[in-house]
Design a protein around this ligand. Sequence first.
Ligand code: ADP
Ligand code: MG
Length: 248
Amino acid sequence: MIGDVMLRTQRLTRKFSGFVAVNEVDFEVRRGELRAIIGPNGAGKTTFFRLLSADLPVTSGRIWFEGREVTGAPAHHLARLGVGRSYQITNAFPNLTIFENVRIASQPPSLDFKFWATYRQPSELTDKTNRILDIVHLSGKRALLASELSYGELRRLELGMALGTDPRLLLLDEPTAGMSPTETQTTIELIQRIAKDRTIILVEHKMNVVMTVCDRISTFHQGKILAEGTPEEIRANRDVQAVYFGSR
Ligand code: ADP
Ligand code: MG
C-alpha cells in the first residue's frame, strides 16, 4: 500500500570542488514504495544516496524524513530515525562469522540506554539475528567467516546487516552488481520480500530487474532527474531512450 510522503528533498545539491555531482534535485518517495533510480555511470546516484543517509554533507538544499527536516543531521541520527543503507562496497567484518556480523549490526549503540529497554534478554537479540539470517537465506552458513562467503552471499550478508537496524526506509546501491543471473534472481526475490513492509530506494543497472520489481523509476542524468514515472512510462520516454539506453 502506497502511503504518505516519507522522504522529500528540495533543490538538493552536492558539489565536489566546483563539479556539481547532484544538481538541485527535487525528489519524493511515498511510504511503501519500491523506487528505482537508474542512470549512466557518473550520473550522481551514489552521491545522492550518500546525501540521503548523511554519509556526505549537502552543499545546499534540504531533506525531510517523515515530515521532519533532517538536513545536516548526523548519520547515526538518521539511522535511529529509520534510514538504513547498504553500501556499494562491502561493509562486513571479514574475520567474524555471518552470525556475529548480523548480530553486531542489529545491536543499537551500546551507550543508548534504550538498548536495555529493547533487549531485556540477550536471547531477543539472538532471535532477531536468526530471523534476519533466515530472510537473507544465510542460516545454513551462520558459522562461516564473512571472508569465506561467495560474492553473492556477501552481498546478501550486507543486506542482512542493513536490516539489523530495522530501517523503515532502506537505500540499496546496486545490490545485484557483479552477481550471476541465479544470484540476481535470489536477491530480487529477497528484495521483494523485504519491500512488503518497508520503503525501498534501489539503484540498479539491470533493466530487467528494474522493470519488473519497481513501482516507479527516477532517471538520473548529469546530477539531475531527467524523467520519473512507472516502468512503462520510463520505457516509452524518448529522453530516457536517447540518454540512457542510447549511451550503453
Ligand atoms: P553514480 O553512482 O551515478 O555512478 P556518483 O555519484 O558515484 O555516480 O558520481 C557522480 C560524479 O561525482 C562522478 O563524476 C564522480 O566522479 C563524482 N564524485 C563522486 N564522489 C566524489 C568525491 N568524493 N570526490 C570528487 N568527485 C566525486
Ligand atoms: Mg554508483
